[in-house]
Design a protein around this ligand. Sequence first.
Ligand code: HDE
Length: 681
Amino acid sequence: MSKLAGSSNLPGNDGFLDQFKVDDHKTTMTTDSGTLVNDFRSLKAGERGPTLLEDFVFRNKITRFDHERIPERVVHARGAGAHGYFESYGNWSDLTAASFLSEKGKRTPMFVRFSTVAGSRGSADTVRDVHGFALRFYTEEGIFDIVGNNIPVFFIQDAIQFPDLIHAVKPEPDSEMPQGATAHDTAYDFFSQNPSSLHTLLWAMSGHGIPRSYRHIDGFGVHTFRMVNANGETKLVKFHYKTKQGRASLIWPEAQVIAGQNIDFHRQDLWESIEAEAYPEYEFCVQIMNEEDVTKYGIDVLDSTKIIPEDKVPLTPLGKFVLNRNPTNFFAETEQVMYCVSHVVRGIEFTEDPLLQGRLFSYFDTQLNRNMGSPNFEQIPINRPRNVVHNNHRDGAMQQFIPTNKYAYSLNSLGDGYPKPAEPRANGFMHAATRRVVDARYPRLFYNSLLPAEQQMVVNGFRFEVSKVNSLDVRRRFITELNRVSNDLARRVAKAVNVPLPEPDSKYYHDNKAPDLSVLAEPLKTIAGLRVGILASMKSPSSIEQANALAKEFTKKGAVGLVVAESVMDGVNASYLASDAVLFDGIVVVEGTEKLFDPEKSASSPLFPPQRPLKILQDAFFYGKPVGAIGNGRGAFEAATPKLASENPGVFVAKEVGTNFMEAFEVGLKKFKFEDRFPMD
Ligand code: HDE
């Protein structure tokens, strides 16, 4: 359970939400109008019913129940949120007047929500998708939302296409299949006719589409925004938030298994990391450009289907944010948080990017729908700004305030002209001037910048998805589109989906690369929160003892060592029956486990499916994870197919639990995926 009592004291928590919390402990039950209720049963006419209409307690309770749901988000319905704080690295007032960036060390409360796009509220976390990464800053000058994603580009250039994109990727309208997946005809019909979608699609097919956790992704504002200082001087900026844990992804077979094993995989990881005080951190950076440089980099900076490579415009870190508090109530916080792209503060302004412009309309409108038409959704606790709201907006369903001002119009003299307008930019928001929009195309840069193993992930991703497209026309057209990015990519996919191999279409080909786009290239910065499965046997007390000694060593390093044995008992965290390689980031086999890995003996155990321990080890290897063995635990490596040897990268053996083993295994965990194990074709 959340440590509510202490959580108000966490850094960055201003305690604002505490005033809205209701504690039912040691209270007496009431109706919604406060009448004390004395019976949990409904009122009947006589001993055996029927129930009487008179029973207002019953009617109150059932009505409230019938109305519990609000519409789920039309996109990004599946998600998880957390509270945290932003801390500025300095005084950035030369760049922006935004108050949360005005001082070194200044902290601002935040609420962050992660999501997938296509799936509905109960869909699996590990579907392949773009991931939402929405930030809310409760600044002293109002709410600032960056409703961003973990992929820096988007499918379309113009917001008017958004309903088309979403209708195409969501489950098909007749069968409502498939859930949370783009592997179907309508999606590829759209992609194959809208070349602007290719770039984002390539990102989604790579590891970025199936992250290991929300802690291991970067985030992006996607559009170019403006930052404006108090003198009205503007710069163009792109927001990047970089995970301080390092980037890590699953591979597709793992993601598929996890979708069956634990659909809450990402939600649970976030929740448990925060409960374990392994608070996820991200560095908040901007790429800064001059107004006149809108087309300088060969890319229109107002086009959200392109990136500005970091070697052309490096990142400037402005601060960091830390997620350190789980929500108290999922509905009241995570479900009701209503991000709006139009929630900006002084110092942050929009550009003319037509995608951004369309979003400015859409988010506010969608929140009206989700709140049954009430424009007062910004009065809900999680949506309230920290400064007091003063304006002439009035009334509407569910008004929560009692305005005392009789002169709710501007200009007024009877109320001395209050509330008065702010000074533009000195203390108030002002819209920036408008500029022109131009066009270009650029997905090949991303493909060129991936490691070969990641290019293979893209190939495999498309092979899977396009193979599920029934229409040959759509498959063909999509291969033609891919061929504009890369002939290599198009041919590799084509041969797996029964489409003729295309000749090169070199119009857009180039060899440019950009830094920092790969998931696999860089090791993780920390192993905090990673889960290591320690395979042991309860038949041998010394096996369990060694496994626990090892688990302790992993705990010292901030990781989670979980002992797996035939049954759950003291010193054993999970049974083989309930374990799977996908639930761990690395596997170590300890001593005393010989029988478990003997194909004959293990096949006959009533406690788990035949050869489950061996399968866990082999799958972990196949998924590219580090695997290790202590002492005669090494026998398991002999039983595996193929046999595992310490010469293989990412395979670690040691006579006993000690510093050498731990250091080597830590390096293995940081490397995260040993991609030499993935077949290339
Ligand atoms: Fe969204 N998007 N979007 N989107 N979006 C929504 O708003 C929309 C786009 C993103 O955790 C909706 O509250 C249009 C880009 C996130 O609550 C809706 C267009 C990016 C979230 C909507 C886009 C995003 C949403 C649905 C094309 C990355 C979840 C529910 C112009 C920069 C926020 C809601 C959360 C949610 C519309 C494109 C990210 C319908 C019209 C580009 C992270 O308003």
